[in-house]
Write a protein that binds this ligand. Structure first.
Ligand code: SF4
Ligand code: SF4
Length: 494
């Protein structure tokens, strides 16, 4: 059904005061659906742009707090400081991630795998019990679409004015209004792109790079990414909107298979609402349900669907239709909750929702294991890294002093946020001795250095063949140490 078909009449025409006398005839009641599991969306190229009516109410107030709260956190993130440095910096070119004083190198990225597993499991668990709350309340797509639609409302007016504006022929006035909308959208798109890039290159590089016009100090690559993110944000929030949720978002596509009879979903109470139809104020004609067919639930829907047709994949569970319908119910004097959060078990099967089940225990178990492992990894992580590379080209060299020499390169990484001075020692059998280029090695915060060292073996004291060795790097203040194992090779010439 196109949106125009959904919205042929003014919003309050079915509220009692304006109801024509012949309006008491109810529409034929269709059989109630046996399930509220979503149907598949149909790609409709003829579907007109959706201009939802903005509604106020309990759920929309909660959404405003969650949506714009998360947006504020995103905008503040690059400006947080920790020990004088940017607290969150995801430098993908080096690559090195800084997260509140901790430094993560490529070899630590498995830690982020735990974070992703925890985030994914939490999302799955929430989806099973509370449906698409992520989509409706915190998804960046929902937040940006809401913001950009608010800009249209601010410039053009409420839904009817926006729809009228769209159908108007092009004129200087229309062009000026469109330009104003794009200019405001552009400001938000630019701020979004800068925030993203600041998390990768740092605010110092982006804004305090020594150039009075800070953007003139950016590299070509920075400009490319800035342009791409600005463009994508602008097009996505300005034009793609619900198409992204319905046809492109992978979570939107697979989440419906996670729903079961006990999932909390925004649903229309079919039995109570049907047969729908207009009626005179203060009446409730025989055979009619509570739905006065005012279409308000359709007008406020950001994806343009009619929740009375059953739950659809297009539904992002924003609960705007609940707030709109509750407002109508208040006006006509019927109880609230014709559209409400409920479960299929409650609504269709008239049974009590089962919250505790096997699935919740399975999710809790997996989450507990993942969180415990991530905590263990984070707390036992050594901020000093050592890697030994044995120089295979110079094995078994015998010097003039008669000692056998093996050469190695020690890659040492100081992953703390402070300067450290390190020393090296060898743990091995008698007859082996380590000599390094420096007695003490000072390294700045997050600095890496490859230091050549040699191990000399006295042929009269060591056995031929492979001798295990352990090299230890330790900070002179005794706070950090790291060891790595390798072998010393002595193969006497025959
Ligand atoms: S469900 Fe509620 S908001 Fe929707 S048409 Fe019926 S009365 Fe109006
Ligand atoms: S049907 Fe209701 S809950 Fe679903 S997207 Fe539309 S307004 Fe939001």
């Amino acid at each position: 059904m196109s949106e125009q078909e959904n919205d042929p009449k003014p919003s309050t025409s079915n509220v009692p005061d304006n109801t024509p006398p012949q309006a008491d005839k109810p529409k034929k009641k269709k059989p109630a659906p046996e399930k509220i599991i979503p149907t598949t969306p149909i790609m409709d190229a003829s579907k007109k742009r959706i201009h939802p009516r903005f509604v106020r109410g309990k759920y929309q107030n909660i959404r405003l707090v969650t949506m714009y709260g998360f947006m504020a956190i995103f905008l503040i993130m690059p400006w947080l400081r920790w020990d004088g440095h940017q607290a969150l910096l995801f430098n993908v070119t080096e690559p090195k991630f800084f997260v509140f004083g901790a430094t993560f190198m490529p070899q630590d990225f498995y830690f982020f795998a735990f974070i992703f597993i925890i985030a994914a499991m939490t999302l799955f668990m929430v989806t099973v019990y509370a449906g698409r709350v992520w989509c409706g309340y915190v998804c960046p797509q929902t937040i940006y679409v809401h913001l950009y639609q608010h800009v249209e409302k601010w410039v053009l007016g409420e839904r009817n004015q926006r729809m009228k504006f769209e159908d108007e022929p092009m004129s200087a006035k229309k062009l000026a209004k469109k330009a104003l909308i794009h200019a405001i959208w552009g400001v938000f798109s630019v701020i979004t792109a800068m925030t993203f890039i600041a998390l990768v290159v740092g605010t110092d590089y982006l804004f305090f790079n020594g150039n009075p016009l800070f953007f003139m100090g950016w590299s070509k690559l920075t400009w490319v990414f800035f342009g791409i993110i600005t463009f994508v944000t602008h097009m996505n929030a300005g034009y793609m909107r619900e198409h992204m949720c319905v046809h492109m978002c992978p979570y939107g596509r697979f989440q419906s298979v996670m729903f079961d009879k006990d999932t909390l979903l925004v649903s229309y109470d079919y039995e109570r609402g049907e047969a729908r139809g207009a009626r005179k104020k203060g009446t409730h004609p025989e055979g009619m349900g509570d739905c006065i067919d005012c279409n308000m639930c359709v007008q406020v829907c950001p994806t343009g669907i009619d929740i009375r047709d059953g739950l659809q994949v297009d539904c992002i569970q924003c609960a705007a239709c609940i707030d709109a319908c509750n407002e109508i119910m208040d006006k006509v004097g019927y109880p609230r909750g014709l559209i409400r959060y409920t479960t299929e078990r409650q609504l269709v099967h008239k049974e009590k929702t089962k919250v505790i089940g096997f699935r919740i225990f399975a999710y809790i178990f997996v989450l507990t294991v993942a969180i415990a492992t991530a905590t263990w990894v984070a707390t036992t992580r050594n901020p000093l890294e050592l890697e030994i590379r044995h120089d295979r080209k110079q094995l078994n060299t015998v010097g003039r002093n008669g000692l056998v020499e093996n050469s190695y390169v020690l890659k040492i990484v100081n992953k703390t946020d402070e300067k450290q001075t390190y020393m090296v020692k060898l743990e091995a059998v008698d007859g082996l001795e380590i000599r390094s280029r420096f007695k003490e090695l000072p390294l700045k915060a997050n600095e890496a250095y490859s230091m050549p060292v040699s191990i000399f073996g006295d042929p009269s004291k060591i056995k031929a063949g492979h001798t295990p060795i352990t090299i230890t790097i330790y900070s002179v203040d005794g706070k950090y140490s790291q060891s790595a194992e390798d072998i010393f090779i002595y193969e006497p010439k025959k």
